[in-house]
Ligand binder design. Structure first.
Ligand code: PEP
Ligand code: MG
Length: 589
C-alpha cells in the first residue's frame, strides 16, 4: 500500500535485489519524460512558463547542433534525421501551438507540450500515407527531447554519472543496468519491471539494492529528494521523516554487518549436516564478475550469459573477439568448469541491430536458439569461439530455450559444421566438451526423457520456466504477484526433470534465480538437486543455510510439500520447519 505521512511517501514495488540504501534521487529517465503532472499557472507566471519552454527548446537544439557537428559527412541517414528534427523543434504545429496552449489555458509547459504533441501525433496517424505516418516517430522524439530539458531529465548516460546517488528510472534495460558504476550508484528504482526480469538479475549481481515495478516512482520523486530503498521488502520511501530515517540507518548497519559475516564464511564448503556436498556455482554476465564470484565462494561458473557482450558492442562480435573473452574466462576459472550458454537474444534482451523484425510477443518469438538457428553464421561464429576457448580450460556448452527434439538435432548439425570449419582452418580447438540444454520451456519438461537421449546435462532455467508455464511475463509488474517459484506446478516440473535426468543418467543443474533464494533451498535439496548455480552474491547466504540443513529432514518436508496445493501453504510449511535457519528478513511487512 502507498502511504504518506508528514511529507514522507511510501511506495510498494517488487524486490529487485536485496539490501538497503539511503541517498539522493537522480532521475535518468527517458520514457518517463512523458509522464508529467498538470498544474495551473497564474497570469503573472505565464511569461515565465513560456520562457521555460523556449529555453528547453533552445537547449535541445543546441544539443542536436553539437551532435550534427560531430558527425562524419558520409553518415547520411543519421544526418537527415537530425536535420529533420532541427526543423521540427520550431515547427508551428508543435512549437507554436505549445506556446499558444500555455498562454490560453494557463497551464505548465510540460502539460501543454504533452497535450499538443499527442494531438499532432493523432492527426498524423489518421493520414493514409505511410511516409507521413512514419514522421510520427520524429515528432515523439523531438517532443521527448524538449520535455527532457523541461523536467531536468535529459538523456543521461548511466556510465557518466559521477555522484553517489540512487537512480530513479521509468525502466532500465539489462544493458543500461550493466553500465552502473558501483562506486557511484547506491541503488536504483524503476516504474516498470518484474521479478526475475533480466534487470533484477543484473542488479543482484552488482549487489546493490533495487525496487522494481513501482508504477509511479518517476512521477513521485524529484531530483535530490532523499530516498530509502529497501530492496528486501520492495519498498521505496521518499523524503522520510526523522524517525523512519533513524530506523533505516540502524537497519542498514545491521544488514551490512550480516552481509559482512556471511562473506567471511564464504570460503567454507557447502556441505549439509549429514555430509552431503552441494556444488554451488555462479551465474555471470561479464568476465569481470569472476573475481567477485570466487570471493563469494563459487566453485564454478554454472551459467555464463553471453548476450551482454553482443548488447554492449552494438554489432555482432567477431570469432576472435569472442575467443579472447571466453579464453580469459576459462583461464581465470581453470581447472573449475565454465558453462557457456550460447546467445539468448530477444525476449527482454533486445537491441535494434540484432533484429529488424517487429514481434508482438518477443518472448514467444525468435528468441535464443531459435534466433541462432535462423542466423546460422552468427551461431557458427560463437560455437567456433567456444570450441577454440575449450583448448584452454574446462568448458561446458549450454543451449537455451530448446522446446523440441528437432531443435537439438539441428543444433548438433550446426555444431558439426562449426567443427568442420575449424578443422579446415587448421585452428587449435577442443570439441570434446559436454553439451547441455536449458530446461526452461514446459514442453521440454514433458519430453525431458527424449531430450536426455541427445545431451550430457540439463540445466533448469526457472526464470523462464515460471514465465512460460504460468503465462506470466517476467518483466510485467501487473502480474508479478503470480510469479511464484514455489507454485505446485513449478515444483512438479522440477521433479519431472529431476526424474528424467536420473533415469537417463545425465547431470542436472538448476541455474534459475530460484536456486539463489534461501526459502527454496530445503525443497531443492529435499528433491535431490545437488548442483545449484545462482547470482554470486546469493552464494554466501545459501551456503550458510545448507550447512544447517539435514537432507533426510528436507526429503520428509518435500514429501509433505508435494501434497499441498497452494503456494502460501508451502511457504508456511517451509517457514515453520526451517524457522531457525532461514536468513533473518527484517521488514515491516
Ligand atoms: C532462466 O530462464 O532461468 C535462466 C537462467 O536464463 P535467463 O534468466 O537468462 O533467461
Ligand atoms: Mg532463460
Amino acid at each position: 500500500m502507498n502511504s504518506s505521512t508528514s511529507g514522507q511517501m511510501i511506495i510498494k514495488g517488487i524486490s529487485g535485489s536485496p539490501g538497503i540504501c539511503i541517498g539522493k534521487a537522480y532521475i535518468v529517465d527517458r520514457e518517463g519524460v512523458n509522464i508529467t503532472k498538470r498544474y495551473p499557472v497564474s497570469d503573472a507566471l505565464v511569461p515565465k512558463e513560456i520562457d521555460r519552454f523556449k529555453q528547453a527548446v533552445s537547449k535541445a537544439k543546441k544539443e542536436y547542433a553539437k551532435v550534427i557537428d560531430s558527425l562524419d559527412e558520409d553518415i547520411g541517414e543519421t544526418l537527415n534525421i537530425l536535420e529533420t528534427h532541427m526543423v521540427l523543434f520550431k515547427d508551428k504545429m508543435l512549437y507554436g501551438k505549445t506556446l499558444d496552449t500555455i498562454s490560453k489555458e494557463k497551464i505548465n509547459a510540460e502539460w501543454a507540450l504533452r497535450k499538443v504533441s499527442r494531438r499532432v501525433k493523432a492527426m498524423f496517424q489518421q493520414i493514409d500515407d505511410k511516409y507521413l505516418q512514419s514522421r510520427v516517430n520524429d515528432i515523439v522524439q523531438v517532443s521527448d527531447k524538449i520535455m527532457s530539458y523541461l523536467v531536468g531529465a535529459q538523456d543521461i548516460k548511466i556510465s557518466d554519472i559521477n555522484k553517489r546517488v540512487i537512480i530513479v528510472a521509468h525502466d532500465l534495460s539489462p544493458a543500461d543496468a550493466s553500465q552502473i558504476q558501483l562506486e557511484r550508484i547506491k541503488g536504483f528504482v524503476t516504474d516498470r519491471g518484474g521479478k526475475d526480469s533480466h534487470t533484477s538479475i543484473v542488479a543482484k549481481s552488482l549487489n546493490i539494492p533495487s525496487v522494481l515495478g513501482l508504477g509511479k516512482a518517476t512521477t513521485s520523486v524529484k531530483n535530490d529528494d532523499i530516498l530509502i530503498v529497501d530492496g528486501s521488502s520492495g519498498t521505496l520511501i521518499i523524503n522520510p521523516d526523522e524517525d523512519t530515517l533513524f530506523k533505516y540507518e540502524e537497519r542498514l548497519a545491521r544488514f551490512e554487518a550480516y552481509r559482512a559475516g556471511l562473506e567471511r564464511e564464504s570460503h567454507l564448503p557447502a556441505i549439509t549436516k549429514d555430509g552431503i556436498f552441494l556444488n554451488l556455482m555462479a551465474n555471470i554476465e561479464l568476465v569481470e564478475e569472476v573475481v567477485a564470484a570466487k570471493d563469494y565462494g563459487a566453485k564454478a561458473i554454472g551459467l555464463f550469459r553471453t548476450e551482454f557482450l553482443y548488447l554492449d558492442l552494438k554489432r555482432f562480435p567477431t570469432e576472435d573477439e569472442l575467443l579472447c573473452k571466453y579464453k580469459e574466462l576459462v583461464e581465470l576459472m581453470n581447472p573449475q568448469s565454465v558453462t557457456i550458454r550460447t546467445l539468448d537474444i530477444n525476449g527482454d534482451k533486445v537491441n535494434p541491430y540484432l533484429t529488424t523484425i517487429e514481434e508482438a510477443n518477443p518472448s514467444l518469438g525468435l528468441r535464443a536458439v531459435r534466433f541462432c538457428l535462423e542466423h546460422e553464421d552468427v551461431f557458427i561464429t560463437q560455437l567456433k569461439a567456444i570450441f577454440r576457448a575449450a583448448a584452454f580450460g574446462n568448458i561446458k556448452l549450454l543451449i537455451p530455450m530448446i522446446s523440441c527434439v528437432e531443435e537439438i538435432i539441428q543444433v548438433k548439425q550446426v555444431i558439426n559444421k562449426a567443427i568442420l570449419e575449424l578443422e579446415h582452418e587448421d585452428k587449435i580447438f577442443n570439441k570434446d566438451i559436454p553439451l547441455g540444454i536449458m530446461i526452461e520451456v514446459p514442453s521440454a519438461v514433458i519430453i525431458a526423457e527424449h531430450l536426455a537421449e541427445h545431451v550430457d546435462f540439463f540445466s533448469i532455467g526457472t526464470n523462464d520456466l515460471i514465465q512460460y508455464s504460468m503465462a506470466i511475463d517476467r518483466r510485467n509488474r501487473q502480474v508479478a504477484h503470480l510469479y511464484q517459484a514455489l507454485n505446485p506446478s513449478v515444483l512438479k516440473m522440477i521433479k519431472m526433470t529431476y526424474d528424467a535426468a536420473k533415469k537417463k543418467g545425465i547431470e542436472l543443474v538448476m541455474c534459475g534465480e530460484m536456486a539463489g533464494d534461501p526459502i527454496n533451498i530445503p525443497v531443492l535439496v529435499g528433491m535431490g538437486l545437488t548442483n545449484l548455480s545462482m547470482n554470486s552474491a546469493s552464494i554466501p547466504a545459501v551456503k550458510r543455510l545448507i550447512r544447517d540443513l539435514d537432507t533426510k529432514k528436507a526429503k520428509r518436508s518435500v514429501k509433505k510439500i508435494m501434497t499441498l496445493n497452494r503456494v502460501q501453504e508451502i511457504m508456511d510449511l517451509i517457514s515453520k520447519e526451517y524457522k531457525g535457519i532461514l536468513p533473518f528478513r527484517e521488514t515491516d511487512d
